[in-house]
Write a protein that binds this ligand. Structure first.
Ligand code: ADP
Ligand code: MG
Length: 343
């Protein structure tokens, strides 16, 4: 059973950035306005994320104390986000259903410190293979009360320590760190109202630092090249069907790059879609043929039931119903926004 769990976990979490993505989404889901990430060795040695969200809330789990809540936290399918079975058909968060923390605990040392508003102290617990474990030999595995601020800190150490083949596949910590920075940067652009920082362990300077107050354009300016903000136009479209909404910032004729930058969010989750990317590139190639590759930040809202939640976790590509039509609308809106400005 443990081997099965380990394999399953390794398929969900393929690289440090995937673990981090799950942790960022959890922190954002918890209503955090501040999110701090600390990384050692590209996330393979240490991946730590501290938020100021609502903490792990006992009342979201039926009739159990916070302590017990923490004891089941890393069991599969423990999720406070699905209140009823029917929720499964309209789940707003896709990919995982209470599997992220469980998965991580099968392939890394995981510890959690959390405090809710109602609690008089923080609680700390450590997990391995989905179960509570004691931090030191001879000590109890029970969660311990400790001093701490409101919010949650998740510490993931020695990722893939028990999956040597996976571990060996990572050639360079700096490559993994670059991917981590890219993931943090995506959410830092998207989550207006949330401050983000990301730094290497022991470093006094952050590699990404965005204050809470920064608006979307400011976020893009701080994270991407400083001039990009002068080369963007806004896109804002709503379509009566499917709860479809599309917002974002896209490059105009003044912008030119060798590679496309696509920051794509669907229902507030960062996703990959090679079909959307290709369609956008084609739109630019015909509309602004002299411009090279575009910069596109798009946030789409679409009825969760129309987004495929059943894709295999290793497939990072998202799919939805009426995909061709949705893509056509997006490309129309891009042409629309571009033709409104002097290009
Ligand atoms: P899911 O996000 O699909 O519910 P996870 O394994 O990612 O599954 O998390 C399990 C549960 O742990 C969440 O539903 C949430 O209740 C709680 N949780 C995890 N991270 C946090 C956090 N940073 N703040 C508050 N609660 C959290
Ligand atoms: Mg989650």
């Amino acid at each position: 059973q443990d081997v099965v769990n380990k394999i399953a976990a390794g398929e969900i979490i393929v690289a440090p950035e995937h673990a981090l993505k799950e942790l960022i989404e959890n922190a954002v889901d918890a209503g955090s306005t501040s999110l701090e990430v600390v990384i050692k060795e590209g996330g393979l040695k240490l991946l730590q994320i501290t938020d100021n969200g609502h903490g792990i809330d006992a009342t979201s789990f039926a009739d159990i104390t916070q302590k017990e809540d923490l004891s089941i936290l890393c069991e599969r399918f423990t999720t406070s986000k699905l209140k009823a079975f029917e929720d499964l058909s309209s789940i707003g968060t896709y990919g995982f259903r209470g599997e992220a923390l469980a998965s991580i605990s099968h392939i890394a040392h995981l510890s959690v410190t959390t405090r809710t508003k109602e609690s008089s102290c923080a609680w700390r617990a450590q997990y391995s293979d989905g179960k509570l474990v004691s931090p030191k030999p001879g000590q109890s595995a029970e969660p311990k009360p400790i001093a701490g601020r409101g919010g949650t800190q998740i510490t993931v150490e020695d990722l893939f320590y028990n999956v040597p083949s996976r571990r060996r596949a990572f050639r360079s910590a700096s490559e993994e760190y670059a991917k981590i920075l890219d993931m943090v940067a995506r959410y830092a652009v998207h989550c207006a109202g949330v401050s983000f920082s990301c730094k290497k362990h022991g470093s006094s300077t952050a590699d990404i630092s965005v204050p809470t107050a920064a608006g979307t354009l400011d976020r893009i300016r701080q994270i991407h090249k400083a001039t990009v903000a002068n080369e963007l136009v806004t896109l804002n479209a709503e379509n009566g069907r499917w709860g479809f909404k599309c917002e974002g910032w896209i490059s105009n004729a003044n912008y030119s790059a060798k590679r496309t930058t696509l920051l794509l969010f669907i229902n507030h989750r960062s996703v990959e879609s090679s079909v959307i990317k290709k369609a956008i590139e084609q739109t630019y190639a015909t509309f602004l043929p002299k411009c090279g590759r575009p910069f596109v930040y798009l946030s789409l809202d679409i009825e969760p039931t129309r987004v495929d939640v059943n894709v295999h976790p290793t497939k990072r590509e998202v799919h939805f119903l009426n995909e061709d039509e949705v893509i056509a609308i997006i490309c129309d809106e891009i042409r629309n926004s571009l033709s409104k400005v002097d290009t």
